[in-house]
Design a protein around this ligand. Structure first.
Ligand code: SF4
Ligand code: SF4
Length: 222
């Protein structure tokens, strides 16, 4: 899932300062799971904004609403009227949802209420960890299913770097060395020979950089 963290109230207050009517828009998918921008968080932010603006000459009029996904037109289209009635939308979706709302309602001011952080998973209650950087050329098949790009501090494709101490990363002793994890998994899977495979340097120009990436599935097109 995509993880995010809510922006501080002071930063959001600064963004909405020029406006009078604001819609706080939650998203019912990834940001709900990471407790950053779901229905509950949208209600909380809406009431925080109302209370914080009470000391102003003109308090904000704040509405809160949540849709299932802010990254798909079918969920976005039904809120057109709601968006047209406010001066600004504070989106609590990830960066994709925020941009989708702005693309669909091109006259609307859309502001980010969260900082989108990484592709990860909840490891335990209240702890979210990064697992993938969406590099576009997955190597998990040869790394014991441990991602060296997201989990190694140096994103080494051919590790380890030599600085690992007692299974921990030299950059952060609280974090497991990704290449120790890869080694341990390959031993367990009886695939240690894969450690000797040299992974060629990635062509980041085609797999990652160089502007917006796009997937076209002709079999799904209408
Ligand atoms: S190698 Fe890592 S960053 Fe690339 S797609 Fe696979 S899990 Fe994601
Ligand atoms: S110690 Fe391990 S995780 Fe840290 S940078 Fe070196 S290889 Fe990567």
């Amino acid at each position: 899932m995509i993880t995010a963290e809510r922006k501080p109230l002071s930063e959001i207050m600064e963004m909405v300062a020029p406006y009078q009517k604001v819609l706080v828009l939650g998203c019912g998918t990834c940001v709900t799971v990471c407790f950053a921008g779901g229905e509950k968080e949208a209600k909380i932010l809406a009431s925080e904004l109302r209370m914080a603006s009470k000391t102003q000459d003109t308090p904000l009029e704040v509405a809160g609403f949540t849709i299932q996904r802010q990254c798909e037109w079918e969920y976005i289209d039904p809120i057109r009227e709601m968006v047209e009635q406010v001066d600004a939308v504070v989106s609590l979706a990830c960066g994709i949802g925020i941009q989708a709302i702005a693309e669909r309602f091109s006259d609307a001011v859309v502001l980010p209420g969260v900082n989108t952080t990484f592709l990860g998973m909840p490891e335990e209650a209240g702890v979210f960890v990064e697992r993938c950087q969406a590099c576009g050329d997955c190597v998990l098949g040869t790394t014991g299913t441990v991602c060296p790009i997201a989990r190694c501090a140096k994103s080494l494709l051919n590790g380890p770097c030599g600085g690992s101490q007692d299974g921990k990363c030299e950059v952060d002793p609280d974090t497991d060395c990704a290449w120790q994890l890869i080694y341990d998994r390959l031993v367990k899977l009886n695939q240690l020979d894969l450690m000797m495979k040299v992974e060629p340097a990635k062509d980041w120009r085609t797999s990652r950089d160089g502007g917006q990436r796009k997937i076209v599935r002709e079999d799904l097109q209408l």
